[in-house]
Design a protein around this ligand. Structure first.
Ligand code: ADP
Length: 490
């Protein structure tokens, strides 16, 4: 099968969160399974160019129709750790992808509508006719609309679209002008409840809703989150749309790319280890302490890695830092915030805790350091308010770092409480789970984890190994996606 993934991120060149990991990991798995896979993404100025091999111009003069005129683009191609990746570079004064950051500009809805249009135009002009176009998140929600309402009539009538929603919170809201920009035009036709009109704002179109309505199949990133999306307010107003399209909506748990996230072959950690040689993990803990100037003692290290965002339960993350320090543990945080108030808050905490030899807060995005933290820490907290899938807990399991998570979304399907899980035998359980959003719930789970580490080290080691034994590779989810592709092609 010939599959094209179209997305705004692909790890490690352009990664803000799990979306980037998924686009790369799924593409690689699909190729291992014998498919031909290409990725199309924007050419950002702030990408990690050091992770692209053989970058060169692949298509010189791509004129993308836009607002009745056209924008001149170049398309580059390169290999991202073995995956073929096309990068779209518009040469216009709008500077769509030269902003020094990926998201957060006032015209994001215009930037990514343009990207979707340019990706289709590139497929059309370069005579690429994939069997499957797999789009991701709101940034590419308009793509299936343009495919079925416009490009279909230009010879792209055999392409089928799978659309994956990684986060319902960001849906892409725009006014009628975007219809005129993309050439869809016909306002009266698209401003309908059963088409693109936002479910709450009759004067706006909703990209994610467009993606749901027009795609042949829609997935979200875990079966539990698919259920939450339909039956709770977590889908931020799209529940009714999902209900109407329930026959083509499902949840597939994300996988982890074990060619990247594997302590046995991880180039970013000083001492490789696996289930049999878990004792080597201690050397990485020492290296982490040296790197972050933490004192060397017999305390456990508890970590948090993730976006500092309301979604991630920042109040509980903050509480976890002080609870860990009070309970005789060390704490390492790696996170970046886009919201100024959260950034100021954690910057203040960093300043306040700067001299504490048991704590380090790193307020940045740092892929290399993330690897060392997964390998060096003993436990990881993931106290999310909601979590469509969550990758950090699955990565931490592979690294023998015991996850302490709130039981929501994909966390429910991946972490099973050592003491209380009802469905798995004790030897399969792999972490700690709490459910409420208050600090007591978090504390009780952290207390159990710290208690096991300090009082029953052998049992703690057994729990680490049980976690490492779980397989969250892309193999199974890869098969599930192939089944969906086959189904929508038939
Ligand atoms: P989300 O997609 O909601 O951000 P996930 O748990 O699905 O969360 O994926 C997060 C991914 O981003 C993981 O690979 C994690 O290691 C990485 N990550 C998050 N924050 C940082 C950071 N500050 N520095 C390095 N990697 C990070």
């Amino acid at each position: 099968m010939y599959i094209v993934q179209i997305a705004s991120e692909c790890a490690p060149v352009a990664k803000v969160g799990g979306l980037g990991d998924v686009v790369y990991g799924l593409s690689r798995e699909l190729e291992i399974k014998g498919n031909c896979v290409e990725i199309i993404m924007p050419m950002y100025d702030c990408m990690r160019y050091d992770h692209i091999w053989g970058l060169h111009e692949a298509y010189r003069d791509l004129w993308v129709p836009w607002f009745g005129g056209a924008i001149h683009c170049s398309v580059f191609v390169g290999w991202v750790h073995g995956q073929v990746c096309f990068f779209i570079k518009p040469n216009s004064g709008d500077n769509f992808f030269n902003r020094g950051h990926y998201y957060g500009a006032l015209d994001d809805h215009t930037r990514f509508a343009f990207f979707s249009k340019a990706a289709l135009e590139f497929l059309l002009k370069s005579n690429k006719r994939p069997d499957i176009i797999h789009c991701h998140d709101w940034q590419t929600g308009l793509l299936p609309v343009m495919l079925y309402e416009m490009y279909k009539w230009h010879g792209m009538d055999h392409q089928r679209v799978c659309y994956t929603i990684h986060n319902f919170k960001h849906q892409g809201i725009a006014g009628a002008n975007i219809l005129w920009a993309t050439g869809l035009n016909n306002e009266g036709y698209y401003f309908q409840y059963d088409r693109l009109q936002d479910n709450f704002n009759p004067l706006a179109i909703n990209y994610m809703k467009a993606g749901i309505v027009y795609s042949n199949h829609v997935t979200t990133v875990s079966p539990h989150h698919a259920w939450e999306a339909r039956y709770s307010d977590i889908s931020c107003g799209l529940g009714q749309t999902l209900h109407l399209h329930q026959d083509k909506f499902s949840g597939i748990l994300n996988g982890i790319d074990y060619s990247i996230w594997n302590p046995e072959i991880d180039n970013y950690i000083p001492s490789p280890y696996n289930l049999e040689s878990l004792a080597e993990k201690a050397k990485n803990k020492k290296a982490l302490r040296e790197r972050l100037l933490l004192q060397d003692n017999d305390k456990p290290i508890i970590c948090f890695i993730g976006r500092l965002d309301d979604q991630k339960g920042v109040h509980l993350v903050h509480h976890a830092i002080y609870y860990a320090l009070n309970r005789g543990a060390q704490f390492v945080l790696l996170g970046s915030a886009t919201e100024p108030s959260i950034n100021n808050w954690f910057s203040h905490e960093k300043y306040h805790l700067n001299q504490n030899p048991d704590c380090h807060l790193e307020l940045a995005f740092n892929e290399e350091l993330a690897h060392l933290i997964y390998a060096g820490a003993d436990m990881m907290v993931v106290p999310s308010n909601y979590e469509p899938c969550g990758l950090t807990q699955m990565i931490s399991l592979k690294y023998g770092t015991v996850p302490i998570v709130r039981g929501v979304g994909g966390l429910v399907s991946t972490v099973f409480d050592r003491d209380y899980d009802q469905n798995l035998p004790p030897e399969k359980r792999n972490g700690y789970v709490f459910y409420e959003t208050d600090t007591h719930a978090l504390e009780s789970a952290m207390e159990r984890a710290i208690g096991l580490y300090t009082k029953f080290p052998k049992e703690f080691q057994a729990l680490q190994k049980q976690g490492m034994a779980w397989d969250f590779s892309w193999n199974k989810p890869g098969n599930e996606y192939v089944e969906i592709y086959d189904h929508i092609r038939a």
